[in-house]
Ligand binder design. Structure first.
Ligand code: LLP
Length: 415
């Protein structure tokens, strides 16, 4: 399932990657339907027997084909913009299973979410509460809301993706939550239905999630005692995957602590994973343009770059590099930096990898299903890569490669 070698050639399910490169060109993102489904099922099985909703975090990979696949499996969606809501709807997702998170929702976005009948708006400030109350009033409806509360738990992850600390811009302070809930309950156009949190991403141990769940449950209990019972508890996403030598336990183990914290409670449990669903289910296929021996380092200059996969440049993230055709033993491996054509020294995809590869060879950057294509840009006027979804023997082009003309189609020259 997913990606594996057969007779020295790397396959996506039953399709050889060199065939995909021939048909669709490179750079190209390749996703495995079976891998996405397997990752989804791990959550579904761990949550079986409890009233729960998996709200896939759209920001991790928002290709319509991926969203449609998850919608058909019954997923809800965690979104952070009107754009993501439109994508969910275009993919056939149910807006009534949509949770709207984010610190900066605009008035137009709030209106759109309310009109679409979103399940819940996760509020992140008192100012946002006022805005949602006012807009709901104008629309003549009650807005279903939760607060995203900062549980102040250290997820022990990269500082750029830790979100539940005291100093974080996200969520409302734990100490302020009760006051905000009381105030929201007194507002005519708000219907207080839940509580949420999210402590960070790429968490590789169950403890931070269990700890956050315990704190949020304690708060929910206090609110219930004060006459404010909630319908759901959303513990966010953040479950990590193995990029290199991390050893995250199975999803069921991550959720065991959370389920424990909620034992005996009637609220629906909501989880919003992104990376754990799609991260391992994608790779970035790229071709070597040049092998370039340097004074201090050897480089493989490939046709993908930081504009395609930003994670190495932004977080110093590590993605495994696999040759699409395994080299014969003794074919002259060297240590290379894998770099792109973009004019930045931060334009590297991988550093110091032992490989036997040269001009024309195909390489795969693994675990590139999450926060990869979605974070791509057109820097250096590079068209975005194509995306292909493999299903058994079939390879479907689910996003065409951009053309250069599309890059400046919205621009004009003043007379
Ligand atoms: N829920 C909320 C409220 C979030 O902010 C996020 C991610 C998730 C769920 C999903 O988290 P996941 O299960 O995917 O860890 N670009 C970074 C990751 C940023 C995550 C932002 N929030 C990266 O490439 O590592």
């Amino acid at each position: 399932m997913g990606f594996a070698y057969r007779d020295g050639a790397l396959y996506a399910e039953s399709v050889p990657l060199d065939e995909i490169a021939r048909r669709f060109g490179t750079p190209c993102y390749v996703y495995s339907r079976a891998a996405i489904e397997r990752n989804y099922r791990a959550f579904a099985e761990a949550l079986a027997g409890r009233n729960a909703l998996l709200a896939y975090s759209v920001k991790a990979n928002s290709n319509l084909a991926v969203l449609a696949l998850l919608a058909r499996l019954g997923a809800g969606f965690d979104i952070v913009s009107a754009g993501e809501l439109e994508r969910v709807r275009a993919a056939g997702g149910d807006p009534r299973k949509v949770l709207f998170s984010g610190v900066g929702k605009s008035a137009a976005e709030i209106r759109l979410a309310l009109e679409a009948g979103a399940l819940c708006l996760n509020l992140e400030s008192a100012a946002e509460m006022e805005r949602v109350d006012a807009i709901a009033g104008q629309l003549g409806r009650r807005a279903p809301i939760a607060f995203r509360v900062n549980p102040e738990v250290d997820p022990q992850t990269h500082p750029y993706i830790a979100t539940g600390l005291r100093q974080s811009k996200f969520g409302v302070a734990f100490a302020d939550a009760e006051r905000l809930y009381r105030e929201a309950a007194g507002r005519p156009n708000l219907e207080v239905i839940g509580i949420g949190c999210h402590v960070g991403s790429q968490i590789v141990e169950p403890a931070p999630l269990a700890e956050a769940a315990a704190r949020i449950v304690a708060l929910a209990e206090r609110l219930a005692q004060a006459g404010l019972p909630l319908k759901h508890i959303d513990i966010g996403g953040g479950i990590g995957i193995r990029y290199r030598n991390e050893a995250p336990p199975p999803v069921a183990d991550f959720l065991a602590g959370v389920l424990d914290a909620l034992r005996g409670r009637s609220e629906t449990l909501i989880v919003d994973p992104g990376r754990a669903i799609v991260g391992s289910a994608g790779l970035l296929l790229t071709r070597v343009e040049y092998a370039k021996p340097g004074a201090a380092k050897n480089f493989l200059v490939v046709d993908a770059a930081m504009n395609d996969l930003l994670r190495p440049a932004l977080y110093d993230a590590w993605h495994e590099v696999l040759p699409v055709r395994r080299a014969e033993p003794g074919s002259g491996e060297r240590v290379y930096d894998i770099v792109g054509p973009v004019c930045e020294s931060a334009d590297f995809l991988a550093r110091e990898r032992q490989l036997a590869a040269g001009s024309g060879d195909l390489l795969a950057l693994m675990c590139a299903g999450a926060y990869a294509m979605v974070m791509s840009s057109n820097y250096n006027s590079r068209p975005r890569a194509a995306e292909v979804l493999v299903d058994g023997r079939d390879a479907h082009l689910v996003r065409r490669r951009e053309t250069t003309a599309q890059l400046y189609a919205l621009e004009s020259i003043p007379k």
